[in-house]
Design a protein around this ligand. Structure first.
Ligand SMILES: Cc1cc2nc3c(=O)[nH]c(=O)nc-3n(C[C@H](O)[C@H](O)[C@H](O)COP(=O)(O)OP(=O)(O)OC[C@H]3O[C@@H](n4cnc5c(N)ncnc54)[C@H](O)[C@@H]3O)c2cc1C
Length: 387
């Protein structure tokens, strides 16, 4: 096998990195995952995700984790309501009879990010993940790399896979191509116990998801299994809006005042999002990478997931990261390539092609979603979908 006697470092324990670690371990590879979080519980994991037949679910199956997934997914959490700025419901999946099941092409089961991460972590051999390993730099060595961590530790390895997300520290060692700002910013947060802390919006969400759109702006709500509600407020903003706005993001009253002005036509029911004093808001300017990006393959370092091909949220990000993991692990272990470089080169070639196609669709989606016709197009799309 190409990976015989090789030390492999996967940088980043997100869905992409963890899936790759599991798939490589199934083939007997010597893998460590270096993750900056201090431990598995240190960070609140984000909203629910739907996994897709030809990508996320395919990787789960190859990882031998379909039963674990079935035990943790959230049936009916995939039910959407599309509403206007006044809360009028224009499309409602709750009226539908659910017919999909595992094995159907259009079945997209939802799982919270935390349980998905737990399934993947629990499937790894003990001590595969080296927590508290915030990578700050790399040094090239003969036939390998030295990894330098913020805590002063170092590790010497033969092969690095950068799965460290949007602000990857590994990416500059692979390509100088940088992400660019999409023109849209999200304000992201989570309200615990939404039944108590945001009851009207909790009831509107009905345990599923809400897409609210008007005035070239969006508001997405998503009910999580722990009883909390994630929400993302999206609008067109300058790249440095967070500093230029002068808002103190620790002061929810200031954010509320901004919302009242920026979303002036929206119903007062949305103001409930700001009632819970302890909500922490995170500003996320959405970035993407050039659709024609390309780099010469390196023999002992590559990227996957957001580190390789970041896009504004399009419902595919986790699925693409897991599909990268599947293709890369197959190429490195299926015996069809004579050396690691050719295995990586073939993986990167199809990864660039997939990204160009997905990125084009995402750019089109961002254009209509943040246009005056966004709501109308969203409703039409939902109505064309199979049950
Ligand atoms: C608001 C929002 C909503 C989204 N909604 C969806 C959705 O509904 N469906 C979907 O499929 N996708 C969604 N996405 C996209 C999705 O989150 C990403 O595409 C996906 O998480 C990428 O997986 P990854 O494994 O490549 O990276 P990540 O999930 O970003 O994981 C990277 C890991 O690397 C670690 N790390 C980072 N830097 C370092 C370092 N220097 N040293 C060590 N470790 C490091 C991080 O702690 C993290 O654990 C959304 C994104 C956003 C911003």
């Amino acid at each position: 096998m190409l990976l015989q006697n090789k030390k492999i470092a996967i940088v980043g324990g997100g869905p992409g990195g963890l899936t790759l670690a599991r798939l490589l371990q199934l083939k007997g590879a010597n893998v460590k995952v270096y993750e900056r979080d201090e431990n598995r519980n240190v960070r609140l994991q984000g909203a629910t995700l739907d996994l897709h037949y030809g990508s996320g679910l395919k990787a789960i199956e190859a990882a031998g984790l379909t039963e674990a997934f079935k035990a943790n997914y959230r049936p009916d959490n995939d039910r959407y309501r599309v509403v206007d700025e006044k809360g009028n419901v224009l499309h409602d999946d709750h009226d539908k009879v659910s017919t999909g099941d595992f094995g159907d092409e259009f079945f997209r089961p939802e799982i919270d990010r935390g349980p998905l991460r737990d399934i993947l972590i629990d499937a790894l051999q003990p001590d595969t993940i080296v927590w508290d390993s915030h990578i700050v730099s790399l040094e090239e060595k003969e036939n390998g790399w030295e990894i330098i961590f913020k805590n002063g530790n170092t590790a010497t390895v033969d092969l690095i896979i950068g799965a460290d997300g949007a602000n990857s520290k590994i990416r500059p060692f692979v390509t100088p191509i940088k992400p660019f700002y999409s023109g849209v910013t999200y304000l992201v947060c989570n309200i615990p116990d939404s039944e108590k802390n945001a009851p009207k919006l909790h009831n509107l969400t009905k345990g599923g998801k809400i897409s609210a759109m008007a005035d070239s702006k969006t508001l997405f709500l998503s009910a999580k299994g722990d009883g909390s509600l994630d929400f993302y407020i999206g609008w067109k903003a300058t790249a440095n809006w967070a500093t230029e706005s002068g808002i103190d993001f620790k002061n929810n009253k200031e954010i509320l005042e901004w919302f009242k002005k920026e979303f002036a036509n929206w119903d007062t029911m949305w103001l409930e999002l700001f009632d819970y004093d302890e909500t922490e808001f995170v500003v996320r300017p959405l970035h993407g990478m050039p659709l024609d990006q390309y780099w010469e393959t390196n023999p002992n370092i590559t990227l996957l997931g957001d580190a390789a091909h970041l896009l504004p949220p399009n419902g595919e990000g986790v699925n693409s990261a897991m599909l990268d993991a599947l293709y890369l692990s197959e190429n490195l272990t299926n015996g069809k390539f004579t050396d690691v470089k050719s295995a990586i080169e073939d993986y990167e070639k199809q990864m660039f092609e997939r990204f160009a196609a997905e990125g084009k669709e995402t750019a089109e989606m961002m254009d209509w979603m943040y246009s005056p016709d966004g709501l109308k197009i969203m409703v039409e799309l939902f109505q064309q979908m199979p049950n």
